[in-house]
Design a protein around this ligand. Structure first.
Ligand SMILES: [Zn+2]
Length: 169
């Protein structure tokens, strides 16, 4: 019966997780020679990723600051609505004019159906606004960043939706 040959057991590299022979490791290290040689490259890559993340956060912070500092100079949606209400003769006047348009439109016509859709959309917008009340004063920097990200994504989504509407019209 031949003696069992005891081969040096291969070791798994802690970095690439490949099973490698012992001579592929430097001394008692748990990282193979290949991974060892890649370390400078890997840490350079990690540094670049960190720099990129830092630049992204800087940009985001500038955007948040610019948005907050510019906000008081822009006419708010509320102001625009108030001015329209005023020109229509108040909220009652606007609603009366709107109602008349619906009332005198041909029953079952596209105009009339579109107006019903508008009312439903207004209700949906009101519910969404109620659910997304955001307190800027007490928000942390992370919460502000997240809010801006959500806001930007919503704008992008809305404009995509609008484009889709134009395309299908
Ligand atoms: Zn390795």
């Amino acid at each position: 019966m031949p003696e069992p040959v005891i081969e040096p057991s291969p070791r798994r590299c802690s970095e690439c997780h490949e099973l490698r022979e012992m001579d592929e490791f430097q001394d008692e290290g748990y990282r193979c020679k290949y991974c060892d040689s890649m370390q400078p490259e890997i840490s350079r890559y990690a540094d670049r990723a960190d720099e990129k993340k830092e630049r992204l956060n800087d940009g985001l912070n500038r955007l948040v600051r610019a948005t907050l500092s510019r906000a008081p100079e822009l006419p708010g949606v509320t102001e625009i609505c108030q001015q329209m209400f005023h020109l229509f003769g108040g909220l009652n006047g606007l609603c009366a004019a709107w109602f008349a348009d619906i009332h005198f439109a041909k029953p079952g016509s596209k105009t009339r159906l579109e107006q019903y859709t508008r009312i439903v959309q207004l209700l949906q917008a009101a519910v969404a606004e109620q659910q997304s009340q955001f307190d800027i004063e007490s928000a942390s920097e992370e919460e502000l960043e997240q809010a801006v990200r959500d806001y930007v994504l919503r704008i992008v989504d809305d404009s995509k939706e609008a484009e889709a509407h134009v395309d299908s019209a």
